[in-house]
Write a protein that binds this ligand. Sequence first.
Ligand code: ZN
Length: 68
Amino acid sequence: MKAAYPFRRTCKESAALIIAREDRALSFADRVGLRLHLAMCKACPGFERQVLTMRNAMKQWRNYADSE
Ligand SMILES: [Zn+2]
């Protein structure tokens, strides 16, 4: 069945988008869909936080490695 709502994303799709966003720019539809999903989902914002925390940790590690 096709979703009636074009920007609707499942948790699985949203998780994939959160990860993909680390490597590439998302399309407008994906950005909107992800934002809407995060606004109404209880689980995915927690996953997004984990990914952001990990990314910040990686950034700090890179800065540290560069400064040597
Ligand atoms: Zn979700």
